[in-house]
Design a protein around this ligand. Sequence first.
Ligand SMILES: Cc1ncc(COP(=O)(O)O)c(C=O)c1O
Length: 450
Amino acid sequence: MKDDNFLRANNAQHMWHPMGHPGAARGDEPPRIITKAEGCEIVDIDGHRAIDAVGGLWCVNLGYSNDKVKEAIAKQLYDLPYYSAFFGTTNPTAIEASYATREFFAEDGMARVFFTSGGSDSVETTLRLARQYHSLRGEPKRTKYLSLKKGYHGTHFGGASVNGNNRFRKAYEPLLPGCHHLPAPYSYRNPFNETDPAKLAQYIAQAAEDEIEFHGAEHIAAFIMEPILGAGGVIVPHETFMPLMRDICDRHGILMIADEVICGFGRTGDWTGSRHFGVKPDMMSCAKGITSGYFPVGAALMSEQVASVFESSDAEGAIFHGYTYSAHPVGAAAVTACLEETLRLDTKTNAAARGTQLYQGCVALMDEFDLIGDVRGGHGLMTGVELVSDRAKKTPLDPATMKRVHEAAYDSGLMMRIGGNNFLMSPPLTITEAEIDRVLAALRTGLQAA
Ligand SMILES: Cc1ncc(COP(=O)(O)O)c(C=O)c1O
């Protein structure tokens, strides 16, 4: 490894970073260089330590020090570092990982898994297979998709098209035709001016019925939603919302895709977001926590019913979709080890308890800081703190002040994620009570710097 001067001098000079301005990164906003991590902490190039309340990127569920997963990856690199899983060949760790994944999701009614390289791939897989499913059943006109505003479904063209945040859309339009968005279950801001989450859920369900009637159910392939909307600001729908949408999908023959890329693997305090809300979707997309971020893997999952349509079909049921790294042997070894560790450590139980502590701590800070307009969470370790410059008018806090608060919190030992005028927190599910106390103390210091 080159020395620190080299790293600083070349930081962002030759590499474009996701989700930001490449000129700014080359100029006066160079990315922080994170050199090490341990437990729930990251260490930067200056030796400064911070609790990683981002959890890498909602993914390092086991923290940074899980040797079981690291050893499984290292061993597999020596046994078989790669082989294709395209039709005709497979590998032992992929077979094992498929078994472990199916077991993990059995309670959600998922029966088959298609491995991918990440969340966007998994979303794309579900969207494409949903069309093929209808075509195989003799309804080839079912090609459209419904989704939620504020939802995030990755950056491939299909996923970006069902995405509900214009920041990820505007520069790349026109996107896929036939993608239509319902209002988000966001009780702090919504077009109905409805603050009661249960009533809001009803309004959105009515809007869904209206939209379906408008397009004709016979044209709609699938509805995709995150059980709790993550990147859009940790938007927690009322508990009735997902069941309402499940019922609507059933009545209209529309497949329900649960995007569990963030919610899956314990983050909500249950093993999946769907289970958290008592819903069995037809398909799921997942990634992140499936390997705790240690190796890039995702998965698309199908119910027995969806699977049977493909498996009992004629030649048209062949899946001409897949990735070079689908069922990658090293990734698969990481999956099996990570799922074993996830279950052994029962991370969902800690996520529920620590999530409540973090949420309540942030709510308590509202009494101290008018700057906090809304706090969302309380369902596992996903918390959103929305900052405003005027509480009555809900004016979003300006980016410069957001940055100042973020910097001050980092200096006090807390790494958070900025999403618009929200601070998003999704720490490792292994985080301790004392560490959450440190998160809250550093957040307070950050807010004092506004
Ligand atoms: C709900 C959801 N779906 C899809 C994705 C895309 O996943 P990836 O970045 O691994 O492609 C993300 C990423 O954060 C996500 O949060």
